[in-house]
Design a protein around this ligand. Structure first.
Ligand SMILES: NC(=O)c1ccc[n+]([C@@H]2O[C@H](COP(=O)([O-])OP(=O)(O)OC[C@H]3O[C@@H](n4cnc5c(N)ncnc54)[C@H](OP(=O)(O)O)[C@@H]3O)[C@@H](O)[C@H]2O)c1
Length: 264
């Protein structure tokens, strides 16, 4: 298959691109920094730049004649209190985590519709299903992408284009280093530092990125996709059904404990 993956210079995207390339697919990876790989073609494309995307997609279509799969993986985290976060920080985050994937989708859809065939995977987070403390805007940006994916499924089904969202738990990558850390005011500092340390520990002890790649490879072989898939440690995945099953206040108590929010 001809596959485009975004965010392939490191982390999860790199592992997916290498694995799918090794399995014999023709893979193009988009990231701002290019990398050397024997298994995929790395192109310098900023997914927030519509012109760069369109140029790269046209080049791939001229060369390969089709694009069967798009994996929207490029994204970043942001930490800080809701109250402290600037408009600019929110705009930067949503530009990458929401507008970037949407621009990628609009660039490949005409070809997928013409082919009457296509698969689009949007990489989201288990944290998109709940407002995580000090990650409110990250949760919101991924949640916005989830809802766009759900709507898109209806809109493109008649052309046999499938869309799904893969919600990940903590995965061991360098995401913690590239997160935007907003200014944190004194009132939140003590609890923020504790929660921040904990979230970095979760990433450091997270699932290996190669396991995500293997999961995505398996997903590409499935015939009919559901709207949402969840991948990660059971202790994190379980948070999603628990939110709907448990009484709301009890669920919040559990989340406060899990996030060590209790002692201000
Ligand atoms: N790691 C986790 O625990 C975790 C959990 C849930 C969800 N996720 C999601 O999984 C995805 C990948 O995360 P990761 O952990 O692999 O992150 P990462 O190690 O920080 O890698 C992020 C990738 O995105 C690329 N990127 C960033 N801005 C870009 C832009 N403007 N245009 C093109 N590419 C850009 C980066 O390349 P350049 O800097 O070279 O552009 C890099 O290759 C993200 O969407 C993230 O939200 C991760």
């Amino acid at each position: 298959m001809i596959i485009i993956i975004t965010g392939t210079s490191k982390g999860i995207g790199f592992e997916i691109a290498e694995l799918l390339g090794k399995k014999g697919h023709i893979v193009y990876g988009f990231s701002r920094r290019t990398v050397n790989s024997s298994y995929f073609t790395s192109l310098s494309v900023d997914v927030t730049d519509k012109e760069q995307i369109e140029e790269a997609v046209s080049m791939i279509l001229r060369k390969e004649g089709r694009i069967e799969v798009l994996i929207n993986n490029a994204g970043m985290g942001m930490v800080g209190a809701v109250e402290d976060t600037s408009k600019q920080d929110i705009q930067n985050l949503f530009t990458l985590n929401l507008i970037g994937p949407v621009q990628m989708i609009t660039a490949v859809l005409p070809a997928m519709r013409e082919q009457k065939l296509g698969k689009i995977i949007n990489i989201s987070s288990i944290g998109s299903e709940m407002g995580l403390p000090f990650r409110g805007f990250y949760s919101a940006s991924k949640s916005a992408l989830d809802k766009v994916s759900e709507a898109l499924r209806y809109e493109v089904k008649n052309w046999h284009v499938q869309v799904t969202t893969v919600h990940l738990g903590d995965i061991k990558t360098t995401i913690a280093e590239s997160r935007i850390r907003t200014k944190v005011s004194q009132v939140y500092k003590k609890v923020f530092e504790r929660v921040y340390h904990l979230m970095n520990q979760h990433v450091a002890k997270g699932t290996e990125a190669i396991e995500v790649a293997v999961y995505i490879e398996g997903l590409l072989e499935r015939r009919d996709w559901k709207a949402h898939y969840y991948f990660g440690k059971l202790g994190q995945r379980i948070g999603v059904p628990l939110k709907w099953i448990l009484p709301q206040n009890f669920y919040e108590k559990l989340m406060r404990k899990y996030s060590q929010m209790d002692e201000y």
